[in-house]
Design a protein around this ligand. Structure first.
Ligand SMILES: Cc1cc2nc3c(=O)[nH]c(=O)nc-3n(C[C@H](O)[C@H](O)[C@H](O)COP(=O)(O)O)c2cc1C
Length: 162
């Protein structure tokens, strides 16, 4: 069997053809809100309800999320690309201009205007290459049917044609 080993650029170009939504994964550490932008969010199980995201080993935010044992996935709306950009930056105040409320069960920040939020406790973590896969057991859910999602395709933010 022929095995093709792609360059990093080829890999990113091909995988970038997979269009997705964008999330900000948040937690509260000793009362302080913490968060990071994540494309790698997916549903794993319906019964029981479980979801996953995939944080990089190099993330400085993820070890804090792991320590709290809980997180919220905030699925961003089409007008929130600035939030995706802000939460992808290290060494800035990621929470500047961000309005949020604490989730009922875990206290994790739920961002105002998100199209959907999923509150979770950490169930399992797998180490995979240069990332982890973190499985969350769903504690609460909500969505706003009037909102439209932010999309990510070939390294660009986009929205659905109306
Ligand atoms: C569109 C987009 C999607 C991203 N998806 C992920 C992801 O799935 N997993 C991840 O670890 N980092 C992802 N990042 C990068 C993190 O948001 C970023 O490295 C992090 O927030 C900053 O580093 P910190 O964790 O040390 O604060 C993404 C960034 C962008 C702009």
């Amino acid at each position: 069997m022929k095995v093709i080993i792609p360059t990093d650029d080829e890999y990113r170009q091909v995988l970038g053809a997979f269009c997705s939504g964008i999330t900000v994964v948040t937690t509260a550490f000793a009362g302080t809100p913490i968060g990071m932008t994540c494309q790698s969010f997916f549903s794993v199980s319906l019964d029981p309800p479980m979801i996953a995201f995939s944080p990089a080993r190099t993330s400085t935010t993820y070890p804090v999320i792991r320590e709290t044992g809980a997180f919220a996935v905030n699925v961003l709306s089409d007008h929130q690309s600035w939030i995706a950009g802000q939460f992808a930056r290290r060494g800035v105040n990621k929470w500047k201009g961000i309005r949020w409320t604490a989730a009922e069960i875990t206290g994790c920040p739920l961002l105002d205007e998100a199209i959907a939020t999923v509150e979770c406790v950490i169930e399992q973590e797998y180490s995979v290459g240069d990332h982890f896969i973190t499985i969350g057991s769903v504690q609460s859910l909500r969505t706003d049917p009037a909102k439209r999602p932010l999309l990510y395709f070939r390294s660009q933010f986009s929205s659905l044609a109306s």
